[in-house]
Design a protein around this ligand. Structure first.
Ligand code: ARG
Length: 468
């Protein structure tokens, strides 16, 4: 092979071809090929700007445009001959365009792969966030559907995994809808931050050519709500900055953490010990040995994949931490973690939607567990507060009543008036009414509480947002 033959884009100063090990080691096309549609879009935007400033004639632009459209088709039809020796997606596409028209040699004027890949990735993040927001909506709609089926079904609420106070299935599922709603917002913010165009930064210090950065930004959709171009203000920062990678990976991690906590709740609820929920056969698996088993693998995998998604964020942070400005080749490693976070989280969200849609509650078991009177011990303290007892004292009285009931092997309301009266003189004849669950919920009708009207209102709110 003659000088530079294998590397037409940068081979000019080289007299030796790359070592084959180095080719395999250094290539990124095996994973960055998924940027092809963004890279083509980016090239089209750049070419139209080059025409506008007179660096391409109209005819030359048209040839480039036609070539790029052909490449779009080839990529779409999975009919593109990717070459490892061309290193990355950018050089593969540039060479392929060159094979269609010689004018392609003019395309890289005023551009470097550094600002090119930064622009491609911003376009990618906009799409990725849109995709995740749609998947999030799917999971939220499924959760809302289940909340709507059982809005007021009582279950114990837990702190320290100990029975704490009664809540409802509606209240519990809405808690996750709120969290996923914040994830949705987080992805919108990532899109806002991604919506600034680095093109024109070149390798680091721009170019002497008369580029029109605003024009390229507009051509690629990097505009504010009034249609004004949004461009990065510092070329060094533009090519070195990976903040959006971190924000995206972090938003994915937070969302995965929510799904992981949801999974843990559902795994517990699905166990014989709890028995609150039944998961459909289609999202559970059997044991190869124990015929009775029906395992909640879908949720265990979500928990497991959350580790992987958090790992991707850590991976990025460590890759970036010691890098001097500006671009360093280490940054080629920035793509697999974000691609993986997108792919894994999309799947997790789809699995959550499927599992939740097909799940049902065992109302009997839920009601039985929620009927534990100790769940309403705090309500008894509130009862005493309303009778004028300071809360700390009321808390102490109820604690003593619980201890007495335990000693007598009775449930709290089974204590006789006489025994109870000896511990606490402020109990009146109606003290056992506190243990009525319906009363307990109907007195919790402030925002954020599990009162039936509050739950109905919040369900309505989310129905409006999700149009479900
Ligand atoms: N494949 C490279 C990456 O993803 C493209 C940028 C290369 N720039 C360079 N100066 N070698 O980071």
């Amino acid at each position: 092979m003659s000088k530079g033959e294998a590397q037409v884009t940068w081979g000019g100063r080289f007299s030796q071809r790359p070592n084959s090990l180095m080719q395999v080691f250094g290539e990124s096309v095996s994973f960055d090929m998924r940027l092809a549609p963004y890279d083509l879009k980016c090239s089209l935007g750049h070419a139209s700007m080059l025409q506008k400033v007179g660096l391409l004639t109209e005819q030359e632009f048209k040839e480039i445009e036609a070539g790029i459209h052909e490449l779009f088709e080839e990529i779409k039809n999975d009919d593109f001959p990717w070459k490892l020796e061309l290193e990355d997606v950018h050089m593969n596409l540039e060479q392929a365009l060159r094979a269609k028209t010689e004018v392609a040699d003019k395309l890289h004027a005023g551009r470097s792969r550094n600002d090119q890949v930064a622009t491609d990735m911003r376009l990618f993040f906009k799409d990725a966030c849109f995709q995740l927001k749609t998947s999030l909506e799917g999971a939220m709609i499924a959760l809302l559907g289940l909340a709507r089926k059982y809005p007021n079904l009582p279950i114990p609420g837990y702190t320290h995994l100990q029975r704490a106070q009664p809540v409802t299935v509606g209240h519990h599922l809405l808690a996750y809808i709120e969290a996923l709603g914040r994830d949705h917002e987080r992805f919108s913010r990532v899109v806002e931050h991604a919506n600034v165009c680095p093109l024109g930064s070149g390798a680091i210090a721009g170019t002497t050519l008369p580029l029109d950065r605003e024009f390229s930004a507009k051509a690629l959709g990097f505009v504010d709500e009034n249609g004004h171009a949004l461009i990065t203000p510092n070329g060094m920062d533009a090519v070195a900055d990976r903040d959006i990678f971190l924000e995206f990976a972090s938003a994915c991690s937070t969302c995965a953490l929510h799904l992981s906590r949801l999974s843990e709740d559902l795994i517990l609820w699905n166990s014989s010990e709890f028995g609150y929920i039944n998961l459909s056969d289609s999202f559970t698996t059997g044991s190869s040995l124990m015929p009775q088993k029906k395992n909640p693998d879908s949720f265990e995998l979500i928990r497991g994949k959350t580790g992987r998604i958090i790992g991707n964020l850590t991976n990025l942070m460590i890759t970036i931490k010691g890098l001097p400005l500006t671009y360093n080749r280490d940054l080629q490693e920035d793509k697999p973690p974000v691609f993986d976070s997108l792919d894994q989280l999309s799947q997790c969200l789809a699995v959550v939607a499927g599992c939740i849609e097909s799940a049902s509650f065992d109302e009997g078991k839920c009601r039985l567990s929620a009927s534990d009177p100790l769940l309403l011990a705090t309500d008894l303290a509130d009862y005493l507060v309303e009778a004028g007892v300071p809360f700390r004292k009321a808390h102490h009285y109820v604690g003593a009543l619980v201890a007495l009931a335990e000693e007598k092997k009775l449930s709290l309301p089974e204590l006789s008036d006489e025994d109870a009266g000896q511990v606490c003189e402020f109990l009146k004849a109606d003290w056992r009414e506190v243990f009525d669950l319906e009363r307990a919920f109907s007195r919790r009708e402030k925002p954020g509480m599990p009162g039936p009207n509050q739950i109905a209102l919040r369900i309505q709110f989310w129905e409006g947002i999700l149009q479900a």
